[in-house]
Structure formats: structure tokens, C-alpha cells
Design a protein around this ligand. Structure first.
Ligand code: ZN
Ligand code: ZN
Ligand code: ZN
Ligand code: ZN
Length: 455
């Protein structure tokens, strides 16, 4: 997609300007860059062959950005074009050589991999690029007295962006400026955050704005070792959406509420429940501040302690953030800043691990229901799975028959959806606008749910 790169001068003034607004400046600028990216895509980008090829390879946007595009930009035509393309790329992978004949054994493994994104989500790449550019600009002007003055009176960087910044700060004064501002802000918010509003400001300082920080996923090995709260009997409810999405979400919610209760009873000084941004904000929706507040105040105390007390850091704990730094293209670490960053860096989110374990358990329930002679679930409703959950179920399928049932169900649904999207696109043409919509009226949004997972 054609995107204009702002000049260094413009970037600098954007940073100066955003320092006068509320919240983490890099989160705010990153979220704004993604919104602009999605708007530009909506106005001109869906006709750009390069951008469309990139979206096909990425299998559409990641879950968060797919729903952001669908709900905020609300461009039915653009959404239809993007996801008709993605389906057009996936359907040939699902089709058997001759209809009705099972696929040769061993192909499902390759299929499962090819259903997954073959490139990064374009909006995530925009977010990463913008974070890097604005953070670089801020850090390279930290010796400027005016910038320092503005930074001191701003809300300062959130923890994830502070962690990314610290290894690249040259000199004691810069480190003191950034860590001092963070300590003051979270300390003040934690001591007076008795309301939900100041509570949100504290959570934002600790995990970043929603969709403001690129999400890191735990490695498959980490996902297979959930710490506690083993998955309950997952209730798969045949209905409109993906069989697994709702069950996994319900299980992740149950885990979060359970972890919150456990955190309230743990003695002070226990390892903190350190959630990623997505799960932290989800917990804020699930529980009132009177319940979550004490847990976040506790996280704050632990972090402030880690920032001020010298202590040894296990090298393994630095890994996640170093990986994210490499993803964002930030290297050249300085040792003092890196040590400080490692002390307050987020660990692998335990809720992400619990969610991944719940997804594996749900996939196994689906497979159990379609294996054997009855196949009741399949006979009644088909095996409706979104693209990510289809890939997961295929990776766990016990035999060829189960693989084929999964594939055949998706093939039928996705072929119909592909045709409906074509019809939706046709009726957007001025020559056919007078024709009333049929069942395809909500096809773009159903396509987002099928390709990215339920909202
Ligand atoms: Zn931030
Ligand atoms: Zn994304
Ligand atoms: Zn799903
Ligand atoms: Zn998480």
C-alpha cells in the first residue's frame, strides 16, 4: 500500500504536540498511525494490488485489527474485497483434487500451516514502525531542554514503551528522567486510584493503551504448560459462530477472574500476576475497580521495588522483550538501560497461556464429537470453526477421517461466503444499487468472524 512517510521535522513536532495530551505519547501516536493506515486503506488501498497481496498473505488482519477495521472504519465494501481475496487464496488449499475423495495423508499438516498467516498483519507492522519512529525521535531529543521540560510535565511513557526505550537511552540523565517520571506517575496513581477513572489511567501506565502495544504471543511450549486452574469441561454450543471461540473466551474469562481472586489472597511479595495489555483490559471489563484495584496497586509496588532495588535478573526473563525489540527493529542496547528494562519487563502473560491451553482443550472436544460413528454435532450443524481454530483442530486431528470432516465443513461454508461477498460487492456498484440486499447484507462481518475469529 502507498503510504507517505512523514519527515523527521513533522515527526518531531507530532511528538512535542502529543506530550501535552493525556496518556503515553507513543501509544497515542501508534494508535493514531494505525487508524490512519486503516482509513487510507479504506479510501484507496483496497484497490492497490500490493496492499491486497500483503493482506492475502497475512490471511487478513490479526484479530484485534480485523475487528477495529470492521467496527471503526465500517467499510463494508472494503471489508468484502479484502476477505473475498483471503477466501479466494484459501479455497484452493481446501479443495480435494477430485471432489469427494479424501485428501492424501500428510497434506493436512501442510494445510494447517498454510491456513496460518504467511506475513505479519499490516496494521501491526504499521504500529511497530510508528512506535519505533516516534520513540527514536523522542530519545534523540532528550538532551533538548524544552523536550525534557515537556516530558516532565507529561504523563510519560507506559511501562511497555519505557521497557523498549531504556536500552537505547544514552547517559544517566536520560535514564533518570524516564524512570523518575514513571515512578512518580504510577506511584501517585496507585496511591489515589480509588475511582475507576484514575484506575484506568494506572492500568494504561502499566500495560499501555488498548491496541497501543504490539501483542506478543507465548511460544507453543509455554502454552502447553498452564500454571494452574486446569481447563474446565468446555461447553461447545452449536449455534451461529465458531464452535470454539466462545468456549475459549469463556474459559479465559473464568481464568482471569480466578487469578484475580487468587492474587487477593497471596502474601505480599509473591510473583505478580502480570497480564498482557489485551488481558489486562479484558479484566477491567469483567470486574469492578473495587476488586481489580488492589491487584494493580500490588503490581505497582512490585515494579517500583524492582526499579529501585538492585537485584539479579534471570537472563531468560529478558528474552521476551528482546524479541519484541528485534521485531520492532530496535537493537544497540546499552547495558545499564537494559538492566533497568529487564527488571520491569512483562513476563509471558499467564492468561495468554491459559487461553492457548483452553483452545487446545476445546479443539480436542470438537474432535471427540466428530470422531466415531455418531458424528452428531456434524450431522446437526456442521463443524463450524473460524480459520485460526480450524488450523489448530487440524493440527490435533487423530486421523484422516476427522481431518476430512473439518476440511469439508469449512470448504462448504467458505465457498458460500466467497459467493456472498461477490454478490455484496456487485450490489455496491451504482448500476445495481437499486437491487435489494438478501442474505449477503452482513457477509463482510461474517467473513471477519470466519477469518479472524469471533469478536
Ligand atoms: Zn505506551
Ligand atoms: Zn494487527
Ligand atoms: Zn474460533
Ligand atoms: Zn495475555
Amino acid at each position: 500500500m502507498r503510504q507517505q512517510r512523514p519527515s523527521r521535522h513533522t515527526t518531531f513536532h507530532e511528538v512535542l504536540d502529543v506530550l501535552q495530551q493525556e496518556g503515553c505519547p507513543i501509544c497515542r501516536l501508534g494508535v493514531r498511525a494505525v487508524s490512519r493506515h486503516l482509513d487510507v486503506l479504506s479510501y484507496e488501498g483496497v484497490n492497490d494490488p500490493g496492499g491486497r497481496a500483503e493482506l492475502r498473505r497475512a490471511r487478513g488482519f490479526c484479530h484485534g485489527h480485523a475487528w477495529q477495521f470492521a467496527n471503526e472504519v465500517r467499510d463494508g465494501l472494503g471489508t468484502a474485497i479484502i476477505y473475498r481475496d483471503v477466501l479466494g487464496a484459501l479455497l484452493p488449499l481446501l479443495r480435494p483434487r477430485s471432489m469427494g475423495a479424501p485428501r492424501p495423508r500428510g497434506r493436512a499438516g501442510a494445510l494447517e500451516r498454510r491456513l496460518l498467516p504467511q506475513a505479519d498483519c499490516p496494521a501491526c507492522r504499521t504500529l511497530a514502525g510508528a512506535s519505533r519512529r516516534y520513540l527514536d525521535t523522542l530519545l534523540s531529543h532528550l538532551s533538548d531542554a524544552d523536550v525534557r521540560r515537556r516530558y516532565r510535565s507529561s504523563d510519560g511513557l507506559c511501562r511497555p514503551h519505557l521497557v523498549l526505550a531504556l536500552p537505547h537511552v544514552r547517559g544517566r540523565t536520560g535514564l533518570d528522567l524516564l524512570t523518575g517520571a514513571f515512578r512518580e506517575r504510577v506511584g501517585a496513581l496507585a496511591s489515589r486510584s480509588t475511582s475507576a477513572e484514575t484506575g484506568s489511567a494506572l492500568v494504561e501506565a502499566l500495560v499501555g493503551k488498548p491496541l497501543g502495544v504490539p501483542r506478543t504471543m507465548p511460544s507453543p511450549e509455554a502454552a502447553q504448560a498452564p500454571e494452574h486452574l486446569p481447563p474446565a469441561d468446555l461447553q461447545l454450543e452449536p449455534g451461529a459462530g465458531c464452535l470454539m471461540c466462545r468456549a475459549v473466551q469463556a474459559e479465559a474469562d473464568r481464568w482471569l477472574v480466578g487469578a484475580l481472586a487468587a492474587a487477593g489472597q497471596a502474601p505480599e511479595g509473591e510473583p505478580l500476576v502480570d497480564l498482557c495489555g489485551a488481558h489486562a483490559w479484558r479484566l477491567m471489563e469483567l470486574a469492578p475497580w473495587s476488586q481489580t484495584g488492589p491487584a494493580w496497586q500490588r503490581v505497582t509496588r512490585t515494579l517500583l521495588h524492582r526499579l529501585t532495588e538492585p537485584q539479579d535478573i534471570e537472563p531468560a526473563e529478558q528474552g521476551v522483550w528482546r524479541e519484541l525489540g528485534v521485531f520492532l527493529g530496535i537493537r544497540r542496547p546499552s547495558s545499564e538501560g537494559e538492566t533497568l528494562a529487564a527488571r520491569i519487563a512483562q513476563r509471558v502473560c499467564p492468561a495468554c497461556r491459559a487461553e492457548a491451553a483452553a483452545a487446545a482443550a476445546a479443539a480436542k472436544s470438537v474432535l471427540a464429537s466428530i470422531t466415531g460413528s455418531e458424528g452428531a454435532l456434524e450431522a446437526m450443524h456442521g463443524v463450524r470453526l473460524c480459520r485460526p481454530h480450524l488450523a489448530l483442530a487440524l493440527s490435533l486431528a487423530p486421523d484422516e477421517a476427522a481431518e476430512w470432516r473439518l476440511i469439508r465443513s469449512a470448504l462448504g461454508r467458505w465457498q458460500a461466503l466467497h459467493a456472498e461477498l461477490g454478490e455484496y460487492i456487485r450490489k455496491q456498484d451504482y448500476r445495481f444499487r437499486h437491487e435489494p440486499y438478501g442474505a449477503e447484507v452482513d457477509a463482510p462481518w461474517r467473513a471477519v468472524a470466519e477469518m479472524a475469529g469471533e469478536e
